[in-house]
Ligand binder design. Structure first.
Ligand SMILES: Cc1cc2nc3c(=O)[nH]c(=O)nc-3n(C[C@H](O)[C@H](O)[C@H](O)COP(=O)(O)OP(=O)(O)OC[C@H]3O[C@@H](n4cnc5c(N)ncnc54)[C@H](O)[C@@H]3O)c2cc1C
Length: 99
């Protein structure tokens, strides 16, 4: 490990995003206890508009978007409280996770 400037524990969204954005001159080691990269990423395939923009710079993510969502409702576990957030344009995108 002495030959690396940065060691990141966890090769999921946070760890890989950090590794991607670190200055290129850094020698970076990313380690994870899972058996292979991407093997246990938890996602139902929902991405925000910001993530969609990031993806578009290197991947045709729009080919895999199945639903554009402009309103969400969050309900508390006891069903007593909720809020609805609605915009006049989509900000969450459902992707085809099989793809
Ligand atoms: C069922 C489900 C569906 C979801 N769907 C969505 C969705 O559609 N859209 C969305 O935006 N978010 C979704 N989420 C939330 C999303 O999964 C989390 O926000 C995201 O995974 C958090 O990323 P993270 O890198 O912080 O942590 P994690 O994804 O939990 O990554 C932590 C990593 O660290 C590794 N690790 C932990 N401890 C050690 C150790 N001691 N040594 C080595 N490695 C270690 C783990 O193996 C793991 O790979 C969903 C979550 C769940 C549970």
């Amino acid at each position: 490990m002495d030959q690396f400037d940065v060691v990141i524990v966890g090769a999921s969204f946070s760890g890989l995003t950090l590794a991607h954005h670190l200055p290129q001159q850094y020698k970076v080691l990313v380690i994870d206890s899972k058996p292979s990269a991407g093997s246990t990423v938890e996602s139902t395939g929902l991405i925000t508009s910001k993530t969609r923009q990031e993806f578009l710079s290197f991947f045709p993510i729009d080919d895999y978007i199945t639903n554009r969502i402009s309103s969400i409702c969050v309900v508390s576990p006891n069903f007593q409280d909720h809020f609805i957030s609605s915009l006049d344009h989509p900000w969450i995108y459902q992707t085809d996770t099989k793809g």
